[in-house]
Ligand binder design. Sequence first.
Ligand SMILES: NC(=O)c1ccc[n+]([C@@H]2O[C@H](COP(=O)([O-])OP(=O)(O)OC[C@H]3O[C@@H](n4cnc5c(N)ncnc54)[C@H](OP(=O)(O)O)[C@@H]3O)[C@@H](O)[C@H]2O)c1
Length: 298
Amino acid sequence: MAKLIDGRKIAENIRNEVADEVRRLKDRGVNPHLSVVLVGDDPASKVYVRMKGKACQETGIGSETLIFPESLSQDELVRTIRRLNADPKINGILVQSPLPRHLDEHAVIELIDPIKDVDAFHPYNVGKLAAGFTDGYLPCTPVGVQELLLRSGYSPEGKHVVIVGRSNIVGKPLGLILVQKAKGANATVTWCHSRTRDLPEITRSADILVAAIGQAEFITREMVKPGAVVIDVGVNRVPDEASDKGYRIAGDVAFDPVSEIAEAITPVPGGVGPMTIAMLLRNTVLACRRQHGIEKGV
Ligand SMILES: NC(=O)c1ccc[n+]([C@@H]2O[C@H](COP(=O)([O-])OP(=O)(O)OC[C@H]3O[C@@H](n4cnc5c(N)ncnc54)[C@H](OP(=O)(O)O)[C@@H]3O)[C@@H](O)[C@H]2O)c1
């Protein structure tokens, strides 16, 4: 049976490290602060935003959530981002995705000051990552996957990592992070997507298989090499009459059959999810230190 990679536990350790760092900063009179912008009533977004605010509070990071109605205009949103950019007390800015369809999300992301871009979606930070510069920010979910691997003893160095998914928020940056010529990376990366031919043949060649697809239990036992490490990024609602809510949360991997042959596997929930928030906290503290010119560990 596969070893369970406990994302909650690893994320808790990171949150404790962040809390220590926040205490040290506060001792110097520096107070890290994150501003989250939420537009509209998307229920999942509301839950994510609440979780981010709570996580900030628990680690001592100041936070505020600016909540706007669905009808917010692009101009009003632009004015808000400009105000947050200009406010020296605010170190990190996060605009919760997805925005209502009438708003131009790319334009909003480009407007965020790259030094406050703790989601790391600004083309400046994406470019830094692609070019191998280490002074940008790394996006939370992908860097959370790297941390999960490293802290559970499964370094990607020299391994064949197959990533199913090439989105800008998960699959693509994860490959860029793991292929870096750097400690904790140095992987041989293959990206797969909906147009990939012979997908099972490629996934079966993975030492580390990452599923970031958005389709419940898509990765079956036949697609996994015995002894592989399997990271499941997927979060999918599956109808379930036995549940009070009428659904259950499932990952992109068929957990039970794959656990029988994998070396290690992340559960859903409790795997990658908690890491995303932990890395957001870490990026916020990093942003704060950079804005104050404070080296790590000081
Ligand atoms: N745990 C977390 O913190 C966290 C954070 C972000 C996302 N997620 C979850 O991770 C999953 C992926 O998110 P995302 O934003 O990356 O999704 P996305 O933007 O929809 O991208 C999905 C990717 O999967 C590929 N794909 C879809 N069907 C496929 C198939 N039949 N065969 C091979 N590839 C296929 C797509 O290929 P094409 O590019 O060809 O369309 C695309 O590259 C979702 O379940 C999401 O909820 C979790």
